[in-house]
Write a protein that binds this ligand. Structure first.
Ligand code: GLN
Length: 189
């Protein structure tokens, strides 16, 4: 059976690395910039980048409504870093989370940490944080997969997955695999 087709929102930011890792995991990948392109994929990655710039792109392309419908029918979405911010209640409002931008301090450009994430197995997740957000508030149906210093940095709600860090930069594939499993299940249903 051919793998599912997933989209990577390619308005701005680090979309190319995600496309590469998803292809390595066997998925068909398309860059998504317009509502018509969004309609052709079974799941979507919203990459890291700059949420302010990405928001302008979403407005310019008229993507907010189509993204809402995409979520409403249960298609999986995986947001990383700026992508997590885009999913929150102050931006696209697709997930019951509130994110704080640059939460580790605006001077903290980047750092790395090994995070316990039991849902992904016993090996910790090597997380690279780059001007990263964390989650300050979340709804009752949100599950926290990983946290640092008591702050959630990986969360899940139905078919939505959002993380503060960048597994695509360090060859950590388990989160993309988890997303692709959801996409596969959705496409087969
Ligand atoms: N600080 C960025 C923002 O607020 C996110 C950083 C990232 O995606 N690496 O949008």
């Amino acid at each position: 059976m051919p793998g599912p087709t997933v989209g990577v929102l390619a308005l701005q930011g680090a979309f190319a690395c995600h496309a590469q890792i998803l292809r390595r995991l066997g998925a068909g990948v398309r860059e998504v910039r317009t509502p018509a392109q969004l309609a052709e994929v079974d799941g979507l990655v919203i990459p890291g980048g700059e949420s302010t710039t990405m928001t302008l792109g979403v407005e310019r392309e008229g993507l907010a409504g189509p993204l809402q419908e995409f979520r409403d029918v249960g298609r999986p979405i995986f947001g990383t870093c700026a992508g997590l911010i885009m999913l929150d209640t102050k931006h696209l409002g697709l997930m019951a989370i509130t994110a704080e931008r640059n939460a580790f301090g605006s001077q903290v450009f980047s750092f790395e940490e090994n995070l316990a994430c039991p849902q992904l197995g016993p090996a910790p997740v090597h997380a690279v944080f780059i001007r990263a957000p964390w989650v300050t508030d979340y709804g009752a149906d949100v599950t926290v997969l990983a946290e640092t210093g008591g702050h959630p940095v990986a969360v899940e709600q139905d078919n939505l997955l959002a993380i503060s860090f960048h597994p695509e930069l360090v060859g950590e594939t388990r989160l993309h695999r988890r997303f692709l499993d959801r996409v596969q299940a959705w496409a087969a249903a």
